[in-house]
Design a protein around this ligand. Structure first.
Ligand code: PLP
Length: 430
């Protein structure tokens, strides 16, 4: 790689992390206890630096095997294979509950997309609080989540109260103090800044206001210990194709706390939620427990792939994954300090890696063109409008040298202004 001119000194005070070198990265990789997991993943070709595991995790080798086996079963057994597949959504849900979500068997299922599950659970929460007209979220929440909540508010003649500030426990307490709030819905890790919210503090604040709490765990599941039972969380959703390595469009998960399952009724009544699914009865009679939150036929091929990813994460252990994620995030901040012009490229979100999820977002006015300049060098990161470049730090696949080399490519693109050759209009997928 070409040498990069030294960065301008920051005027913003002391460095956020000690300066780093590429040799440090090599040393950190050598002592990484999780490094062997890379051999269990199908990785992009050598020379590609893949830092987009926060958008789509790399495929587990076991997923490839499981998909082949499932297609064989489909061919050999045809429709009879459903005897084998019928409880897959709940079985995988139980595995995820125990290994990743800190909750019990019978509280989690895999089904549908995160957006659809959010609709189902938010709808169930509103139905349980008919006399409370308000839903609370924050303006930094993931767009699909805000749209789903806004749509529900319009359909049900409720009001969406959008917090403009950080959703701290005190902000949520203030927003729910009037007793009008049916539901508080937030993302535990910001898709933009990576900031981690206070799971227990915010949940407690929502409860003190008499509201139900629904968390979106998409950027947390598999990289952050999430203790849903301990924190008395009511409801949660999240996707499985990011840090859970479940595959493109893999079904999302949903969690409903045991004690709510018989009171809450979700709005999409389908035959997979029916008590006796094949009785073909006339009236909808919801199944007891978490099964009533299912709707239609599950995507089996996607489910078996998702199961392979969840098994891998369970085997590595969330505590170990979090430790590596923090180390990668710290190192990314150190590489930023060592290589990048810190006045032009800043770190969005919290300065402490312990308060970030598993990506780091760099802010630069030309973020989109820089993302393209990196892609031209086979460095896969992503852009989030209007000005963020996200480095996804997936602890099962990302090496410390990947972080260093990507930062060096970013520094080179800035120093040589190669990004100016790229189109300033964002593409369809960024
Ligand atoms: C990735 C992500 C989603 C994805 O939603 P889908 O409906 O599965 O496409 C939802 N919410 C958040 C916070 C996300 O990060």
């Amino acid at each position: 790689m070409r040498p990069v001119p030294p960065p301008a000194r920051s005027r913003l005070g002391p460095p956020v992390a000690p300066p780093a070198t590429r040799a440090d990265a090599v040393g950190l990789d050598a002592s990484d206890h999780l490094s062997a997991f890379r051999n269990r993943l199908a990785l992009p070709p050598a020379g590609t630096i893949y830092l987009a595991g926060n958008s789509l995790g790399c495929p587990p080798m076991a997923a490839v095997e499981q998909l082949t086996a499932s297609v064989d079963l489909w061919a050999m057994a045809g429709v009879s294979a459903w005897h084998h597949w019928i409880d897959l959504s709940t079985d995988i849900g139980d595995r995820l509950a125990a290994s990743v979500l800190g909750c019990g068997a019978g509280e989690v299922v895999l089904a549908d997309s995160t957006s659809v599950n959010l609709y189902k659970l938010a709808g169930a929460a509103l139905a349980a609080r008919p006399d409370r007209p308000v839903i609370v979220t924050d303006r930094g929440n993931f767009p699909s989540d805000r749209f789903v909540l806004e749509g529900l508010a319009v359909q049900q003649r409720r009001h969406l109260r959008v917090l403009q500030a950080d959703p701290t426990p005190s902000a949520v307490a203030a927003a729910t103090a009037d007793g009008d709030v049916a539901l508080v819905c937030l993302s535990l890790v910001s898709y933009a800044s990576a900031e981690v919210l206070d799971l227990r503090g915010v949940t407690d604040a929502a409860h003190r206001g008499g509201a139900l709490m629904l968390w979106d765990l998409s950027h947390a599941a598999g990289v952050l210990p999430v203790e849903l039972a301990d924190a008395s969380v009511d409801l949660a959703v999240g996707c499985t194709y990011k840090y859970l390595h479940g595959g493109p469009g893999a079904p999302a998960f949903l969690f409903v706390r045991q004690e709510h399952q018989d009171q809450l009724r979700q709005p999409i009544w389908g035959w997979f939620g029916q008590r006796d699914q094949f009785a073909m009865g006339r009236a909808y009679d919801p199944a007891p427990g978490i099964a009533s939150f299912l709707v239609g036929t599950p995507p089996i091929l996607s489910l078996v792939a998702a199961e392979a990813g969840i098994r891998l994460v369970a085997e590595a252990g969330v505590e170990a994954l979090r430790a590596k994620s923090i180390a990668l995030s710290d190192f990314a901040a150190a590489a930023h300090q060592a290589l990048l012009p810190t006045e032009d490229v800043t770190i969005a979100g919290p300065t402490a890696a312990t308060r970030r999820g598993s990506h780091i977002a760099f802010r630069h006015a030309d973020a989109w063109r820089l993302t393209q300049a990196l892609a031209a060098k086979d460095v896969v990161v992503d852009f989030r409008a209007p000005d963020l470049i996200r480095f996804g730090l997936a602890p099962l696949s990302t090496r410390f040298v990947d972080v260093w080399d990507a930062a060096e490519h970013l520094a080179a693109a800035l120093a040589e202004r190669t990004y100016e050759a790229f189109d300033a209009n964002p593409a369809r997928i960024t």
